[in-house]
Design a binder for this molecule. Structure first.
Ligand code: CDP
Ligand code: MG
Length: 555
């Protein structure tokens, strides 16, 4: 739906258009009207799908600007998010006389009190500071019509349940309550049951939970080599902005320190960093002054950072949905994004459960060799030098340059010395091969299914390792092997097409198509075994005549 078709105050349309919005996102399309009509709503959509405007637009539309009292209270998990939500509201209401205040700990409360008392219509706050202001009788509920829990799942995960309940206990009975969340775990459901009246549950299709614009890959690397691997990936891809995720604050500190030591433009955000400096870091990242930002999931949650070219999972995320949130930070608005996950061979089953969760393949890549990285670095240095010659005024250096040139020293040596003085840090680095060897654990299984010629080290091992999580389905599912792979340019849809076409089964019957260099796998229900084994015989896929074989006997 187009923005100008929206049935809201004209000033809001103007505000949205001045922000460059032309169309509503799917979640916005679903929730705006029910919220305007006063319904309680649960809105579920993944990160970056415009949930902020989804509630901000109807709330702004419903404000009574004659009443200079808080009419809407929005609770957010972090201070940065509160500031960001306030900013988004400010932008949308650029042509309205609306006052909103963000309140959060770690900043002087007096200033916040002053702003609210001036007559704020909307308050955006973190739970702790909001309670504080309620207790001081600064935030009063007499005019509050709407309470919103933004990123509700995250707030509960962060232990704000009690605070949220204290706040919600203050509300009048007829207050509209809205829950926005990327996921709806049971603790969110229980909040809903306790505090919402006949809520409408609106969610956007989660089928395609990761964007097609993100090129996803992973690297198998030992823990001790991860920093060097991270450095090489950044060197090779040289993303303008890379967001690096770690599972703990401690790890964020370690990684950021080591990357800075290696000479990268790197900084970090996590919960223990002072709020003022967190905002500063974010601004610098958004302005391109930092290329590499290391963060925890919580600190980065909900933050809207544009043009992130690469998301790097320094640690494999603990939960599948974290992976989705993390990589959702790149490949937005039609841009191409990249995600790289560093995993040890022991964590490979985690990669597979992520693949199952997102229903997308993550490609295994090799960490680039030190020689390759060095080559790329040299090219970049040469490019920098030529750019400097082209774009900078060098006159103040020329006399010294002439003096050096006229001396007896070979100019090549002079240049080499200058390079050494300026770039030696950049040129250093581990030279070892960082790829971790994948140990073969279940030799027996693959023995029959791979013909000898196909068995190279990592492929066989990959087949073994990556099948582990399927064991629990083994009673109902067969895993098939088929001798066409990447080298034949085969795509999942080719295999899907062949199986559905030849066997007359539906696409939903085929799962987990994994394509390797010279062969591929897919899963299908045991009930289809007879059909598949008989029909998938000498079938042509990408100019190769192949047959499907079961890789593993049912237990
Ligand atoms: O809260 P959620 O993670 O769903 O996303 P957000 O923080 O609201 O970010 C959505 C981004 O898309 C913001 O940069 C918005 O300005 C932009 N956007 C939008 O929200 N709605 C549109 N119709 C178009 C763009
Ligand atoms: Mg949000």
């Amino acid at each position: 739906m187009l923005i100008n078709e929206l049935q809201v105050k004209k000033e809001i349309i103007d505000g949205l258009e001045s922000m460059g919005f032309t169309e509503l996102t799917p979640i916005q399309e679903q929730v705006i009207m029910p919220i305007i009509d006063g319904k309680d709503v649960i809105g579920q959509a993944q990160t970056g799908t415009g949930k902020t405007a989804a509630f901000a637009i109807p709330v702004l539309n419903n404000l009574d600007l004659e009443i200079n009292k808080p009419q809407c209270l929005i609770l957010c998990p972090t201070r940065e998010l509160a500031v960001q939500v306030k900013k988004e509201i400010k932008n949308i209401s650029a042509f309205m006389d609306v006052r909103s205040t963000a309140v959060y700990g770690g900043a002087p409360i007096i200033e916040q009190i002053r702003k609210i008392k001036k007559g704020s219509h909307i308050i955006v706050g973190t739970p702790g500071r909001t309670i504080d202001l309620i207790n001081r009788n600064v935030i009063k509920f007499d005019a509050i019509k709407t309470i919103i829990l933004d990123e509700a799942d995250e707030m509960l995960k962060m232990g704000f349940r009690e605070d949220i309940e204290i706040i919600l206990e203050n509300k009048q009975n007829d207050v509209q309550t809205l829950l926005f969340s990327a996921t709806i775990p049971t603790n969110v459901i229980s909040l809903k049951n306790k505090y919402q009246k006949d809520p409408v549950f609106l969610k956007t299709n989660t089928k395609d939970i990761t964007s097609d614009n993100v090129d996803q890959s992973y690297y198998v690397v030992k823990h001790s080599n991860k920093i060097e691997a991270l450095a090489r990936i950044i060197d090779i891809y040289s993303p303008k902005l890379a967001l690096v995720f770690c599972n703990t604050k401690k790890k964020v500190d370690e990684v950021a320190d080591q990357m800075i030591e290696k000479g990268y433009n790197c900084d970090k955000i996590h919960g223990d960093i002072k709020q003022s400096s967190r905002m500063d870091v974010l601004n610098r990242f958004n302005n391109g002054l930092i290329n590499v930002l290391v963060a925890t999931d919580v600190a980065a949650r909900g933050l809207d950072i544009k043009h992130v070219e690469a998301v790097i999972n320094y640690d494999v995320p603990e939960k599948e949905d974290y992976y989705v949130h993390r990589i959702g930070r790149t490949g937005r608005a039609g841009e191409q994004g990249y995600s790289f996950t560093l995993t040890s061979s022991r964590e490979l089953d985690r990669i597979q459960s992520i693949e199952r969760y997102t229903k997308k393949m993550i490609d295994m890549k090799k960490i680039p060799s030190a020689e390759k990285v060095l080559e790329v670095k040299k090219e970049k240095i040469a490019k920098d030098i030529y750019n400097t010659i082209r774009n900078e005024d060098l006159s103040d250096m020329l006399s010294l340059s002439e003096m050096l040139y006229e001396s007896d020293t070979d100019p090549k040596e002079i240049i080499a010395a200058l390079l050494k003085m300026n770039y030696s840090l950049k040129m250093e680095g581990e030279t070892a091969d960082l790829n971790e060897k994948i140990v073969k654990k279940r030799e027996k299984y693959s023995e029959k299914s791979f013909d000898k010629g196909h068995r190279t080290h990592d492929r066989g091992a990959k087949g073994n390792e990556r099948n582990l999580p399927f064991d629990k389905d083994a009673a109902t599912t067969d895993r098939y092997y088929i001798a066409v792979g990447k080298k034949d340019k085969v795509k999942p849809r080719d295999i899907l097409g062949a199986v559905t076409g030849e066997c007359g089964v539906s696409g939903e019957d085929i799962a987990k198509i994994d394509i390797y260099e010279t062969f591929s796998f897919f899963n299908a229900s045991v009930a289809l075994r007879k059909t598949i084994l008989s029909k998938m015989k000498n079938v042509k896929i990408k100019d190769r005549i192949v047959s499907a074989e079961i890789t593993r006997k049912r237990k």
